[in-house]
Design a protein around this ligand. Sequence first.
Ligand SMILES: [Zn+2]
Length: 199
Amino acid sequence: MRTLIFARRIGATVTLLSASALPSAGGHPVKMPNVGVVVRNLSTAPPELVQKAEAACQQIYGAAGIRLTWINTVKDVNWEGPDLILRAVILPQAPPSRALAAFGTALRERQELLLYQDRIVRFSKIVDLPTHLILSVAMVHEMGHLLLDSDDHAPSGIMRAEWNQDDLNAIRRGQSHFTSGQIRRMKANIEQRGSAMVR
Ligand SMILES: [Zn+2]
């Protein structure tokens, strides 16, 4: 019991300190937009590989000032807290209708992204890059479509339709990134949809 009270006091002190230490906008502490991602792995991809891909994906979004929080589960979860929730499903195989080069699909109306393990594994062998890295950039790209609220592709960077050798080198070195314009748009969309969810 005493421990609990002590913990509460510590908690209150910490909150007070961090609130006054942070720059504030309109009286509220500035915080990074937080996107929750529920990942349903229906493929044979090992959980460790998926988590490594998530960590690499998170680095790219973190560099853009967007925080990602992950839940790995095959169950349906009700999750409150993040500004926005996206769902990612890793399927063993791409549906036959999908273009041969596609690693995934972004279903914008459902806020869901599909990732195709067979395509990701095959591509990682062709370009000689670790599978978790290809899975991570596939996640980054398809989530980008959802957060940008657009199916469009960019002439350069992670949102290109096809990756050339320069893009692959950037992926290999962990230097893939979004443009400042894309980052602005994603943050504005998260803010807009987050406040729509609260109402
Ligand atoms: Zn795309």
